[in-house]
Design a protein. Structure first.
Length: 141
């Protein structure tokens, strides 16, 4: 079997196989032949170069991390929705607060106007009382 056929059969890259051949050159000595410009592997070389089955610990760790990532993405999506809801609530509350501030300012103006009227009315009443007293003194003479 050629290196190219080996790569196609096991779905690995040529670079990975050549790197492994280089690393395991002592074990593979005499088991790889050159034929017509191509490297040909015997059965022993094929067994040595087979892709290593995944380590169960790493597979479990990967699965655990994938599950954790999915949960984190779900949490992030929920937090984004909550943030959007809270932002909308804040916007509404700010609008209500602005309305209340406007109402308070209007009430303050009304109160100031009423105070001014009350002051004028008080002054007017005092003037009336003074005038009545003067009229009464004038009549008494």
């Amino acid at each position: 079997m050629t290196v190219k056929e080996f790569c196609e059969k096991y779905k690995i890259s040529l670079q990975a196989v050549y790197a492994k051949i280089k690393r395991k050159s002592e074990q593979l000595d005499g088991h790889i032949l050159k034929s017509g410009g191509q490297l040909v592997l015997d059965d022993f070389a094929e067994k040595i170069l087979l892709p290593r089955p995944p380590d169960n610990f790493l597979v479990e760790k990967n699965n655990s991390l994938q599950k954790e990532l999915a949960e984190t993405k779900n949490l992030l999506q929920n937090l984004r929705q909550e943030n959007s809801f809270q932002t909308e609530m804040i916007k509404n509350l700010r609008g209500q607060l602005d309305e209340k501030i406007t109402q308070a300012e209007n009430l303050q103006r009304q109160l100031n106007n009423e105070k001014a009227r009350a002051k004028i009315l008080h002054s007017f009443r005092r003037a009336c009382i003074c005038l009545q007293m003067k009229i009464q003194r004038f009549r008494e003479r």
